[in-house]
Design a protein around this ligand. Structure first.
Ligand SMILES: [Zn+2]
Ligand SMILES: [Zn+2]
Length: 301
């Protein structure tokens, strides 16, 4: 199903990307469904699209879907660490802030970490695994009260596992796009959570996974739905393996939606992401971004 839709969309990219007529050359080039973008992989029986058939959201549908845009003095993204981020099993918060600023081309502020005990957030020991977990809905309520006046959105990030409801085992994250708040945990992105060693030479694994979830969830707050047209950061995911398979970039449909909301120059944004990717050793991402920049400046067909 998803594959059929995807191949149709790639044959007629105008149907999902929207008409590019009348756009400046630099934007037309950025939103073309070039060979740099692939259809989504066919879902396995337990993958997101097999279990949650979604119609997708074309570019033309996007402006008609209620969503917030930065503006009216509300332009900054705020990251609020919830409790400790122990160095040995946590992504570097300064790098996460830097990544979010490059990805969304907006100012991103890192707030001082919240003392979990003082905040008295409801918590529990998971009845099956015994993991210490925080109540994600209570955190969303707390974030709503703390939303700064100039915030486009406030995101809580944690290294403690989360649960959305007593009947659930856990949740990777929870967002309320209409209220511009979200919370997610990186706890399950460290191989140590599953008792596995960090593979040699893969020290960037936790940072990449954290960057992916951060950009995906903030993408939802910008009003981006799950993507079914391309292999894309906004593809839904049912498992860590499916999340890992997602690329760290947006397809042309979602890139166009984000650009429509924020108004960045796509080449400048790619250059910022390339600087970041080189700095942290994201080799595949650096290669892809270099390729895209050559396509955008016309030195590659
Ligand atoms: Zn999602
Ligand atoms: Zn997409």
């Amino acid at each position: 199903m998803a594959d059929t839709r995807a191949s149709q969309s790639l044959q007629s990219p105008g149907r999902v990307v929207g008409t590019l007529e009348g756009l400046p050359h630099s934007l037309r080039r950025a939103f073309e469904a070039s060979a740099d973008f692939r259809p989504p992989p066919a879902p396995g029986p337990h993958d997101w699209l097999a279990q949650h058939p979604e119609p997708g959201q074309t570019f033309d549908q996007f402006p008609r879907t209620p969503h917030h845009r930065p503006g009216n003095g509300r332009t900054r993204l705020y990251l609020l660490p919830l409790g400790e981020f122990p160095r040995w099993r946590s992504p570097d918060l300064r790098l996460l802030r830097e990544f979010a600023a490059a990805f969304f081309s907006v100012e991103v502020a890192l707030l001082r970490a919240l003392d979990l005990h003082a905040a008295s957030i409801p918590e529990r020991k998971n009845p099956i695994s015994g993991q210490h977990q925080l109540d994600a809905r209570a955190i969303l309520r707390l974030l709503r009260r703390r939303l700064p006046d100039d915030a486009f959105a406030l995101l809580g990030i944690a290294m403690v596992d989360l649960y959305p409801d007593p009947s659930w085992n856990f949740v990777f994250g929870l967002a309320s796009p209409s209220e511009r708040v979200g919370v997610f945990s990186f706890a399950r992105y460290h191989p140590g959570f599953y008792g596995e060693p960090v593979p040699v030479g893969r020290t960037e694994l936790l940072l990449r996974r954290s960057c992916k979830v951060l950009a995906h969830e903030i993408g939802h707050i910008f009003g981006l739905s799950h993507c079914v047209f391309f292999h894309c950061l906004m593809n839904g995911s049912n498992s860590l393996a499916e999340s890992d398979a997602r690329p760290l970039y947006l397809c042309p449909v979602d890139l166009r939606k984000l650009q429509h909301s924020i108004g960045f120059d796509p080449a400048t944004r790619y250059r910022g992401l390339l600087d970041f990717s080189r700095k942290v050793g994201f080799e595949d991402e650096s290669e892809w971004l270099e390729k895209r920049l050559r396509y955008l400046d016309g030195t590659r067909g």
